[in-house]
Design a binder for this molecule. Structure first.
Ligand code: ADP
Length: 170
């Protein structure tokens, strides 16, 4: 039997989860393009147990809010527990993820398959990175910034200020 086709289309809302430590131009590009497809985007901060965080969750949330202060269709939240449950709680109709290349694909494929098993009613939508952003990652930004390198082309001005402040008082 074929999958049911929804008869109506409600307002669409994408849940964009990640660690955003810190927000980069790669993330911003996915969010901006997400808004061409979805009515709203929720940037959802997940505590990431595997990574040594540079900014606290509250700092990251406030930085992202500052960067998108003029865009009412973007909200920022912090969630705990299962991502798909948080997405459904927030009324999201899809999960939004970015793909930089084959290295992201393997992990994302596993995650989206598991998430479909957990919550089949929520789709994961992937967007390919903008070609000039394929090498941009929060990890690289943290590493280069902590060694005093110039990351100004890779992050929004609000994040650059926060990185400079962090470097001044480590
Ligand atoms: P994670 O901890 O899951 O890697 P990140 O904060 O690094 O979370 O990224 C969140 C999402 O943004 C992921 O889907 C990731 O693939 C995507 N992303 C990160 N950097 C880029 C980029 N430069 N271009 C496209 N997508 C990106």
């Amino acid at each position: 039997m074929s999958d049911p086709i929804p008869s109506e289309r409600a307002a669409t809302c994408a849940f964009y989860p990640g660690s955003f430590d810190p927000l980069t131009i790669g993330h911003m590009n996915i969010i901006a393009r997400g808004l061409r497809v979805f009515d709203r985007v929720i940037v959802a901060l997940a505590p990431n147990v595997n990574k040594q965080a540079m900014f606290t969750l509250a700092e990251r949330k406030s930085l992202i809010e500052k960067c998108f202060a003029d865009e009412p269709r973007i909200t920022v939240t912090i969630f705990e527990g299962l991502m798909v449950e948080a997405a459904l709680r927030h009324g999201a109709t899809a999960v939004l993820r970015g793909l930089r290349g084959v290295a992201d694909f393997e992990y994302e494929f596993q995650m989206s398959t598991m998430n479909t098993l957990l919550a089949p009613q929520i789709e994961t939508v992937f967007m390919m990175t903008e070609k000039s952003h394929f090498f941009v990652s929060s990890k690289l930004v943290r590493e280069v910034a902590s060694l005093g390198g110039d990351v100004s082309p890779l992050v929004p001005p609000e994040v650059l200020v926060a990185l400079h402040e962090r470097a001044a008082k480590p």
